[in-house]
Design a protein around this ligand. Structure first.
Ligand SMILES: *Cc1c(COP(=O)(O)O)cnc(C)c1O
Length: 383
């Protein structure tokens, strides 16, 4: 019988750089006296990230949500955008703030990404774009999505908040579609505490994005468009440069943890690993499983509560579906009967503790707890 962990095991912990190095960075910033507005730290981080992500055009923002919101604005989209209900609220809220109507498309039961085969059937004369999410860092079917987009002249935007550093057949994740958003929130693999970036194909968008994130100010005398304040400051950028130094090691640690989880959970009936190592260049953002209530013997919700008794904290990520938000109640595409796969998966997914500082022994113990909880259910069915 497993006994509970002495201290709570949380779902994630931010990768924190060495405090002394951060102090050194702060000293540099203090000495420069430029603490925001396109300073040296931001320019350096921008360059480093272009290298790391292997992309040409990148623009930094104070968070991923505003990056996406202003990215959609820069593309000058109108009407309807086909997207996924299985995502973080920010994805669809970025559409809302642009007066764009989401059209929810069901998801692929294997990757939980938008089902590329179901997009075409949702296109109307008002459709202008597809907004897909590389959920949990597993890449979308970018080839099929692009094919559909090209056929109808649609823009393609990716929310890659979970996919920092991921690749598809060796190609960088940011090289697909017209635009890709990354989030650098503290819970993400790479972070700047709060922050985000856009990567885009058309270099000319860079100037427009610079205006959009800085009130549309062209020069001290001219304001040329209605923008927002969405700039990344020097402290964010400086910390990002320090975090970046630890990324490779963090990825290696997470790789081992994932292998350990896979090895010990694979044989338990009713548990499917969504973030499996099949994608070798995965971003190692989350470790997510799906629980088949009938095969496992218990529901996801029951399991989550039982794990808490062992001091293990998991998250129903994502839950609920974005299509269930009140303000979409009158959308035909938001109806559960039009989203059968998403409506099932949203009751089965569970994100488990996963971060470089998590000990291998803790992962093994968590897996043993799973085994016991499943074994219990076998006893019940035998009675
Ligand atoms: C974290 C996240 C966002 C929002 O990014 P912020 O930087 O927190 O604004 C958007 N989409 C997805 C899928 C996310 O996980």
């Amino acid at each position: 019988m497993q006994i509970p962990f002495e201290n709570p095991i949380y779902i994630t912990r931010p990768l924190l750089p060495d405090l002394e190095n951060v102090s050194g960075k702060l000293q540099d910033i203090w000495e420069s006296r430029q603490v925001t507005n396109n300073g040296k730290q931001l320019q350096t981080l921008s360059q480093r990230l272009e290298e790391y992500l292997d992309v040409q055009h990148l623009s930094l923002f104070n968070n991923g949500t505003l990056a996406l919101l202003l990215g959609l604005k820069a593309l000058d989209l109108k009407g309807e955008v086909i997207t996924t209900p299985f995502t973080f609220p920010a994805t669809v809220q970025a559409l809302d703030w642009n007066q764009l109507t989401p059209v929810f498309c069901d998801i692929d039961p294997k990757t939980l990404n938008i089902d590329a085969d179901k997009i075409e059937g949702l296109i109307t004369e008002n459709t202008t774009a597809i907004l897909a999410v590389h959920v949990f860092g597993n890449p979308c079917d970018t080839e099929k999505i692009q094919k559909t987009a090209d056929k109808y002249g649609l823009k393609v935007i990716y929310d890659a908040a979970h996919a920092f550093g991921a690749k598809i057949e060796g190609k960088p994740i940011g090289s697909f579609g017209d635009m890709t958003m990354f989030s650098f929130h503290a819970t993400k693999l790479f972070h700047t505490i709060e922050g985000g970036a856009l990567v885009f194909r058309d270099g000319a968008l860079g100037r427009k994005l610079d205006l959009l994130k800085n009130f549309g100010i062209l020069n001290p005398e001219e304001v040329v468009l209605s923008g927002l304040n969405a700039k990344m400051n020097e402290i964010q950028a400086g910390i990002g440069l320090e975090v970046l130094k630890g990324i490779e090691e963090e990825r290696k640690k997470r790789h081992l943890l994932k292998k350990m989880y896979e090895q010990h959970l694979r044989h338990i009936p009713g548990i499917r690993i969504i973030t499996n190592l099949e994608y070798e260049q995965s971003s190692y953002q989350y470790f997510v499983i799906e629980i088949d209530e009938y095969q496992f013997g218990h529901s996801r919700d029951w399991l989550q509560k039982e794990l808490e008794k062992f001091n293990v904290y998991t998250r129903k990520y994502f839950y609920p579906l974005c299509s269930e938000f009140d303000w979409y109640a009158n959308l035909e595409s938001a109806k559960a009967e039009n989203l059968p796969v998403a409506s099932t998966c949203v009751r089965q997914v569970l994100s488990l503790p996963y971060y470089g500082g998590l000990e291998l022994q803790s992962v093994i113990k968590i897996c043993k707890i799973f085994q016991e909880l499943h074994a219990d259910s076998e006893k019940i069915t035998q009675l």
